[in-house]
Design a protein around this ligand. Structure first.
Ligand SMILES: Cc1cc2nc3c(=O)[nH]c(=O)nc-3n(C[C@H](O)[C@H](O)[C@H](O)COP(=O)(O)OP(=O)(O)OC[C@H]3O[C@@H](n4cnc5c(N)ncnc54)[C@H](O)[C@@H]3O)c2cc1C
Length: 367
């Protein structure tokens, strides 16, 4: 059976959009199938930080690789890229003891960082709470506006000949997809990038939705200059229990975006005031001046978490011509360009720039 498309991309969140963009850049004939707003899923709920977290070596490698590739995306229309840098904040001397090992892990993947003592900490961020110990500055990192990036990537793919089909995929076969209305949409290799809905089409790849809350303030330019993340952030991201961590951004509008919380097994995106209070109490501890600011919006979204904390990127075992890019939990915006490049390299039979084995879906979905 001849293929009508070189690649059918199912889902136009950050991952589907990045893969469609990368595939059309390779000259492939791409069909994108998305029933809702492009970038309207987890992508729209996210903070948009491009931050390499050093909790897991494979996650760090993918993030560092992706951050290099972000240089080609950050000028996309609406991306609102800001190179604010990441300041990892240590609140006690024993937290500061983590800095040399963090620096070494960052250096091993080609990232430069600067240790920050107490005096430099307050020079960089005068509004931080007194009595903090110091931290680590990763000056090259930044933030973007994720739904606009996804939209711009799909537009760029379409300008190179991709087609955007407004429909929901009901099932994946060996030769293409079946749409919800029962019609068979031509055929070709399929890439599933449906975020938290991944198991509906690929039950062999489980996803645990992980809820997260965010709060955004009115405009208070200059409150902070860097994105501020507590040095224990990776512990919150990788643990299983409900948690909050200090993670605050200066948006280009002058607003302050305050995160974040994590809860497994939530089934909806209703705002929990208990969790918001916990998250804000944590943020106020590091940045007391936040107490005086007006918040204008509070929301929650679901992060698509894989079973082992690493994304699924590659061919789905036991299925012919079916590929996947999903399960990126809280780093799917940051790691989208690297994931897309990796996926395309594997799809086209090339050797990727970083080791693809840790993300191979076969580790979870046996053939
Ligand atoms: C509160 C919060 C904060 C976050 N902060 C950050 C951050 O600062 N930095 C970062 O890197 N990451 C962050 N993330 C994580 C990031 O948002 C996700 O990892 C990323 O958006 C996942 O993208 P995706 O394309 O896999 O999924 P989604 O964006 O959910 O896209 C999936 C798409 O698939 C479509 N779809 C579903 N089913 C079907 C079907 N059957 N047929 C066709 N289409 C279908 C959906 O409509 C949707 O558009 C955050 C997440 C949350 C919730």
């Amino acid at each position: 059976m001849s293929a009508d498309h070189d690649l059918i991309v199912v889902g136009a969140g950050m991952l589907g959009a990045a893969c469609a963009d990368a595939a059309t850049a390779e000259g492939l004939k791409v069909l994108i199938v998305e029933p809702g707003v492009v970038g309207g899923g987890s992508t729209a709920a996210s903070m948009g930080h491009l931050v390499a977290v050093d909790g897991d070596p494979a996650e760090l490698a993918l993030a560092a690789y992706s951050e290099r590739l972000w240089t080609d995306l950050r000028d996309l229309p609406g991306a609102e890229y800001s190179r604010c840098g990441t300041l990892w904040v240590a609140n006690a001397a024993d937290d500061l003891a983590r800095v040399p090992a963090m620096r070494a892990r960052f250096a091993a993947v080609g990232m430069s960082s600067e240790p920050v003592d107490t005096a430099r900490l307050y020079e960089l961020e005068p509004n931080l709470a007194p009595n903090l110990a110091g931290g680590l500055l990763v000056a090259d990192e930044g933030i973007v506006y994720p739904p606009a990036v996804a939209r711009a990537l799909v537009q760029r793919a379409c300008s190179r000949g991709a087609e955007l089909q407004r429909a929901r995929v009901a099932a994946i076969g060996d030769h293409g997809v079946t749409l919800e209305d029962g019609s068979r949409r031509l055929n070709g290799p399929v890439l599933v990038a449906t975020g938290c809905a991944l198991p509906r089409l690929l039950p062999e790849l489980p996803i645990r939705p992980r809820k997260g809350h965010l709060v955004i303030t009115e405009r208070y330019p200059g409150t902070i200059r860097h994105q501020l993340v507590q040095i224990h952030y990776a512990d919150s991201a990788h643990g299983d229990a409900d948690s909050v961590a200090f993670n605050v951004q200066p948006r280009p509008t002058g607003q302050v975006l305050i995160g974040s919380s994590r809860e497994f097994d939530a089934t909806d995106t209703a705002v929990s005031l208990t969790m918001v209070r916990r998250m804000l109490a944590c943020a106020f501890g590091f940045l007391p001046s936040l107490r005086g600011l007006n918040a204008i919006r509070v929301w929650a979204g679901l992060r698509p978490a894989s079973v082992d904390g690493l994304p699924y990127i590659g061919a789905v075992p036991g299925r012919r011509g079916v590929w996947v890019a999903g399960g990126h939990e809280g780093l799917g915006i940051c790691t989208a360009p690297g994931s897309a490049r990796l996926l395309l390299d594997l799809f086209l039979g090339r050797t990727p720039a970083i080791d693809a084995a840790p993300y191979d879906p076969a580790r979870v979905a046996a053939a």
